[in-house]
Design a protein around this ligand. Sequence first.
Ligand code: MG
Length: 355
Amino acid sequence: MTLNFSLLMNNEIQIKKGLQLRFRPYELQLKHAFNLAKSSRTATPAMLTEIEFDGIVGYGEASMPPYLGESIDSATRFFNSLNLSQFADPFRLDEILEYVDDVAEGNCAAKAAIDIAMHDLLGKIMQKPWYKIWGFNADDAPFTSYTIGIDTEEIVRKKVAEADGFKILKIKLGRDNDVEMIEAIRKMTDVVLTVDVNQGWDNKQKALDMVYWLKELGVVFVEQPMPKAQLDDIAWLTQHSPLPVIADEGVQRLSDIRKIHGVYSGINIKLMKCTGMREAHQMMTLARALDMNVMIGCMTETSCAVSAAAQLSPKVDWADLDGNLLIANDPFSGVLVNNGKVKLIDQPGLGVKLL
Ligand code: MG
């Protein structure tokens, strides 16, 4: 009897599969055309992932705005090149994600789709949300900004009206109507403002003059005011600026932080730039140790990736987690925004459900 039993166990171990990856393309439909300093679009290609282990499924997502160079094709190639079934222990997360990162250069959003699904899976196995696993207090979750893209005064007014209830608005600047945009918004609301210039200003003195003017109008920080290549100009601006200057396009991964320390006041961490939650957590820790401000942001994303980013939010200075609110076809429910504040859900993993 004992012999038969152990033979049976051996067979079971042999047929037990490792991690199983599934993926499918998904087009995120934007509620409004999204106009930035250098681009405009009405949809964003995305890839939804699932990683299954022992009957439990973790969800992930890659959001791929075209200007970042990834696509459904590149993500499909990347996922097909992975062999996750070789891993029979999902808790060896470092090893698994290092393997994924080493398979090919770039592909940061596709890598994030694996990282996010792995975190969701592990959280579900442990039956705890990641903010708890990391030791954070959900009550410390910040207010999130709501983004207003560059547009005509009429559309801007409509969007500001829609943002009723949000305590912080993030205004996209960097075209030729910056002053009109801010003045139109200030006529409608006195909430806190932040601005994101998306590299749109190229003269440091003009940029500094704008920052002083914006401060008078209640703006609390300026994101990526100048082209990321103009490091000396940005360092000069940061040194003279009365407001924090935050890197977005100018910082991507953990290894970039040392290069921009002293150039910017802080960093905007996005899962799609930095390959996911594991590296985002490391970036937050390093930036804090270097006395830099930390912001958590997102692309246009479903509630899956936004809920993943939100797990870090109790420890950031500012959150810009409105990506799921800007799309019309969110296939998930997850993190909520309550009176403008990020509301983390006490559910395992990312706390997301496929609708
Ligand atoms: Mg930005």
